[in-house]
Design a protein around this ligand. Structure first.
Ligand code: AMP
Ligand code: GLY
Length: 431
């Protein structure tokens, strides 16, 4: 098979790493990719993930058998529809199905209509009406820009004043542009967060695995919100009983609801959940793999990924089966450029990846790297490396990941030293 992966982050490196290992993979391309992806695939450096016409033209010219789309923005913009309409096989939801992530209001209304557990909410296009609702409900309360806001559109407000300010930020200052013209105001849910992933073919779903992310920039979950500073899989909070409830009460009803709405979901469904006293509830849907959650999932996958992706794209997922390293944990530490998620320096030099990767249980996925003509590796993004390790426990995976991190020579970087802390506390019986 000739495969094209769309995207340029650590998620796409991990997908390319898994797909390249398949005996069915004859040629693998990634648009635009990065220096790490180039170890697994031919990078089409001048083809950006949002260039819908360019991607379609490339897929036709190169006789691509399967396109796998990593990031959400091209999905929301209709890349999968364009490819499908042209007869190109693709794994990824239509724009109509990608509304699950592209519009928080759409996702909330779907949950309400089909009795899928989530927080109580209101949708508002008028700032005064949103504020009246906030005053009536009181704090804590959560304010969300409706559209895609690169992870910055959500305010978990501890006071009414903070929630009112969040409404002004979205709807008056228009800090998130059109994405904030509508807001969702919702009940605060207390509990532990969990991510759950499934492959979906429009009709049936194949549960993949659970993971937990670390969104805050600094140790102890302090500092600004980021795209994710580290992750591990499985999440110990996800017991077999909880997984059964997630599948029965949330995953299956969501897949059925999307089909009933005339927007069947085909692709990777990433459900953000809160494990509350009443059970699992939806925090948000994403319509693609998480980053860095994908990296830890791929490290735990034993089976060939490609037949399952193809089966999902073809609508015959019920015939697919995936095996995992069930008793092992994978953990990934994100190394970022100093200053991220604010302004950071670009083009700093990274050394020492080869010794760091000597441990067979360690794989380093690249998120934002480029290589000079003379082979020097440079950081060109905010999140730059995902140092990922597998071990027989969270503690072992964590130790192996940080041993590798310590071997990397990149003075202008920073990373969290406590990835996995919640799972470790649980393992020590403090959870
Ligand atoms: P979202 O982009 O919707 O996942 O929101 C970003 C983060 O805000 C989530 O990962 C949660 O940590 C938090 N959050 C969102 N909605 C709620 C809620 N209703 N209750 C508590 N925390 C929330
Ligand atoms: N790591 C969270 C996300 O990919 O949205």
């Amino acid at each position: 098979m000739r495969i094209l992966v769309v995207g340029s982050g650590g998620r796409e490196h991990a997908l390319c790493w898994a797909i390249a290992a398949s005996p069915l993979c004859e040629s693998l391309f990634c648009a635009p990719g990065n220096a790490g992806v180039a170890q697994e695939a031919q990078c089409v450096e001048d083809l950006q993930a949002d260039d819908i016409d360019g991607i379609l033209a490339f897929a036709e010219r190169e006789a691509i058998d399967l396109v796998v789309i990593g990031p959400e923005a091209p999905l929301v913009a209709g890349l999968a529809d364009r490819l499908r309409a042209a007869g190109v096989r693709v794994l990824g939801p239509s724009a109509a199905a990608a509304r699950l992530e592209g519009s928080k209001g759409f996702a909330k209304d779907l949950c309400a209509k089909y009795d899928i557990p989530t927080a109580a909410y209101g949708r508002f296009t008028d700032a005064d009406a949103a504020k009246a609702y906030i005053r009536e409900r009181g704090a804590p309360i959560v304010v969300k820009a409706d559209g895609l806001a690169a992870g910055k559109g959500v305010t978990v407000a501890e006071s009414v004043e903070q929630a009112l300010a969040a409404v002004d930020e979205a709807m008056v200052a228009e800090s998130f542009g059109a994405a904030g013209a509508e807001v969702v105001v919702e009940e605060f849910m207390a509990g532990e967060e969990l991510s759950f992933f499934a492959l979906v073919d429009g009709v049936s779903a194949l549960p993949l695995a659970s993971a937990q992310d670390h969104k805050a920039a600094y140790d102890g979950d302090r500092g600004p919100n980021t795209g994710g500073m580290g992750a591990y899989s499985p999440a110990p909070v996800c017991t077999p009983d909880l997984e059964r409830r997630i599948v029965e009460e949330i995953l299956t009803p969501t897949v059925k609801a999307m089909a009933a709405e005339g927007a069947p979901f085909n692709g990777v469904l990433f459900i953000g959940l809160m494990v509350t006293d009443q059970g699992p509830k939806v925090v948000e849907y994403n319509v693609r793999f998480g980053d860095p959650e994908c990296q830890v999932l791929m490290m735990r996958l034993k089976s060939d990924l490609l037949p399952a992706l193809t089966a999902a794209a073809d609508g015959v997922l019920s015939a697919a089966d995936l095996r995992w390293y069930e008793d092992e944990t994978a953990l990934s530490v994100v190394m970022a450029a100093e200053g991220y998620p604010g302004a950071y320096q670009k083009n700093t030099v990274i050394r020492g990846l080869e010794p760091a990767e000597e441990d067979p249980d360690v794989t380093i996925f690249h998120a934002g790297t480029a290589r000079d003509a003379d082979g020097v590796l440079r950081a060109i993004g905010g999140r730059v490396l995902n140092v990922t390790a597998r071990g027989s426990s969270v503690a072992e995976a964590q130790a192996a990941a940080y041993r590798a991190v310590d071997r990397i020579d990149w003075p202008e970087s920073f990373y969290r030293r406590d990835i996995g802390w919640r799972a470790l506390a649980r393992a020590r019986g403090e959870g």
